[in-house]
Design a protein around this ligand. Structure first.
Ligand code: SF4
Ligand code: SF4
Length: 147
């Protein structure tokens, strides 16, 4: 008979311990995000793929086509092109392609740019079905962002 009460007491105790834990988590603030319906804003130091920075007034790329980022990249992910407009003195960026499939996010390109013309994006939602979805036209992206 004493074994019966011992078992009953043990079962009841474990039931209340379990209910206590359930209740504790019921009133705690929710920390999970219903991805992909909800997404998080990444903190400032987050390193997503690189992106071009636009001029604050005109929105045009700040890049002066010096080629330093391209030279600094250890895996040749950057292909950029530029041309001098007729009568102009400075080169204008005509294309900036990032092959993100071989980018290690090392940051050497960002560090080498003396014009603050590239930075890390906070874009992390990059799942895609094909490899070519990771060849980014950064000039086009900037134009779309600037509207
Ligand atoms: S280092 Fe900066 S300014 Fe030079 S090509 Fe790269 S992004 Fe443009
Ligand atoms: S972060 Fe590194 S690997 Fe990626 S593009 Fe820049 S230099 Fe190349």
């Amino acid at each position: 008979m004493s074994g019966y009460f011992k078992e009953l007491f043990g079962g009841t105790k474990s039931l209340f311990v379990g209910l206590g834990i359930t209740f504790k988590y019921m009133i705690k603030p929710v920390v999970t995000v219903q991805y992909p319906h909800e997404t998080l804003v990444m903190p400032p130091r987050f390193r997503g793929h690189i992106e071009l920075v636009g001029d604050e007034e005109t929105g045009a790329p700040k890049c002066v086509v010096c080629g330093m980022c391209q030279k600094a990249c250890p895996t040749n992910c950057i292909t950029l092109t530029g041309e001098k407009p007729e009568g102009g003195k400075k080169k204008v960026l005509t294309g900036y392609i990032l092959n993100f499939t071989t980018c290690s996010l090392c940051g050497l390109c960002v560090e080498s740019c003396k014009f603050d013309a590239i930075t890390f994006s906070r874009d992390y939602n990059l799942a895609g079905p094909r490899k070519d979805a990771y060849i980014f036209d950064l000039k086009k992206r900037l134009e779309e962002k600037s509207g």
